[in-house]
Write a protein that binds this ligand. Structure first.
Ligand code: ZN
Length: 318
């Protein structure tokens, strides 16, 4: 009798392990991986995806709930953090970057002074050795923003102004550039439009990070004839209808559109027409509320997608 029960328990355990192995395997979208597949039993479901791959650009869209945070490993090993979610989300950002094995961040960008973007930044800046910090010239009197500015000055760091035309870094040898392409105007009514918009190009691939920039900025970019083509776009303002105008979405020609947002958020993000619009132009959608942290790899030609929650791999129709 006891042997029979042990047998059943073993079978159930084996089945569960099998399922776990399935959940943590890589999601591939039509390209070969530049690294070995991990064995099915070696990875835990919360283990970080592969990182530190020489010659690869790795863009992590960290699941911070309702908010934004992207951590980018550049092809020469330098690192860039764009936003750090809310104050609570900051903890997730810190532990995620540490889990990748980093104790320093070369470039930090606070896209604009809203708490779902810069809320976690102060704690990140306290925790890591930080190189250069960029923020737009926008005024905000919130406690969260004051805390961030105090943290920066306590650490004896200075803030460089994030605005169109600023080059964060580049390498001729490795053929990559990291440019700030907005804000373009000196003043906006909406704080969202002060968002530092960043474009990273690596050989034949481009990544665009829109912050919370709205259609007004999309129009400014288009009027300025800024090259908006990008294989991967971090969709503006969490998929709100304030952003992603039809002409903008079309001009990116995006293969992948990443939505950073929290499940059942108060704003109804992403707005259904925006989801449909990205789909209309044939982008594959990935949402942090469904996929967890999303990681996209490129060697300058290939693009590979890794999802924290494998079961969410297939984009849902709007
Ligand atoms: Zn936001």
């Amino acid at each position: 009798m006891n042997k029979k029960i042990i047998g059943i328990i073993s079978a159930v355990a084996a089945l569960l392990l099998g399922l776990l192995g399935f959940e943590v395997s890589h999601e591939l979208i039509g390209y070969d991986l530049p690294w070995d597949e991990p064995s099915e039993t070696s990875a835990a479901s919360n283990s970080p995806p592969p990182s530190h791959i020489a010659g690869s650009l790795i863009s992590h869209y960290i699941d911070v709930g309702q908010g934004d945070s992207e951590f980018i490993e550049l092809p020469d090993g330098k690192t860039l953090l764009i936003d750090a979610g809310t104050r609570e989300g900051g903890e997730a950002v810190i532990s995620y970057i540490k889990s990748l094995g980093y104790s320093s961040i070369d470039y930090v960008v606070g896209t604009h002074p809203h708490s779902d973007h810069i809320g976690g930044l102060a704690d990140v800046i306290k925790e890591f050795d930080i190189g250069q910090i960029y923020m737009p010239n926008a005024v905000n009197t919130s406690k969260t923003y004051e805390y961030l500015l105090n943290t920066i000055s306590n650490k004896k760091k200075k803030v460089k102004t994030a605005k169109a035309g600023v080059k964060i870094t580049s390498s001729d040898e490795l053929s990559y550039t990291v440019d700030i392409i907005a804000p373009i105007s000196k003043e906006y009514e909406s704080l969202n439009n002060y968002s530092a918009v960043i474009k990273i190009r690596y050989k034949n691939r481009s990544f665009l990070y829109m912050g919370d920039a709205e259609t007004l900025v999309e129009k400014e970019l288009s009027n300025k004839k800024t090259d908006l083509s990008a294989d991967v776009v971090k969709v503006g303002h969490h998929g709100s209808s304030s952003s992603s105008s039809d002409s903008f979405v079309k001009s990116t020609g995006a293969k992948y559109a990443v939505f950073s947002l929290g499940k059942d958020n108060d704003y109804g993000h992403p707005h259904a027409p925006i989801v449909k619009r990205w789909q209309k132009y044939k982008a594959e959608l990935y949402r942090t509320d469904e996929c967890g942290t999303i990681t996209i790899y490129s060697d300058g030609d290939s693009l590979n997608v890794h999802l924290e929650k494998e079961n969410a791999a297939l984009p849902k129709a709007a």
